[in-house]
Design a protein. Structure first.
Length: 142
């Protein structure tokens, strides 16, 4: 599976850490930046890149990282077909996938330790959507 991965300047180190971990696990990581030479970046620019990659089907899922995860999730959710969830724990990530069919995970690098961030990513990527009554609710988004 292809994973769109992007961050602003605050999430750069976690993007590298998570990207390397995903590659070791056999995922194809599409790194959408932020470039190393950029000192400060506007998170909506990078949320757009990942949302477009996931929304177009070029990538199956996305992971966005900024200081809190909130801005990235808010920006990504502006795009049709995107269900971005800002998750602060493993259970939250599992429920975002199983109940809400979230297709983008947002993380806050300033709020999570690296081990917890990796555990949240693992929970997100290994959980399937339950469908059923949850699909009925998602249909109301449209």
């Amino acid at each position: 599976m292809k994973i769109a991965l992007a961050s602003d300047h605050a999430g750069r180190e976690y993007r590298r850490l998570i990207g390397d971990d995903l590659a070791r696990k056999g995922f194809t990581v599409i790194d959408l930046g932020v470039p190393d030479e950029v000192e400060k970046a506007d998170y909506p620019d990078y949320a757009r890149k990942a949302a477009e990659a996931v929304g177009s089907g070029a990538c199956g899922l996305g992971i966005l990282i900024c200081g809190t995860g909130t801005g990235m999730a808010m920006a990504a959710n502006k795009f049709k077909g995107i269900r971005a969830a800002n998750c602060t724990g493993e259970l939250m990530a599992r429920l975002a996938r199983s109940h809400n069919n979230a297709n983008i995970l947002a993380l806050g690098a300033r709020l999570l330790g690296p081990e917890l961030a990796q555990a949240i990513v693992e929970a997100f990527l290994t959980t399937e959507f339950d469908g059923g009554r949850h699909q009925t609710r998602l249909d109301k988004f449209e």
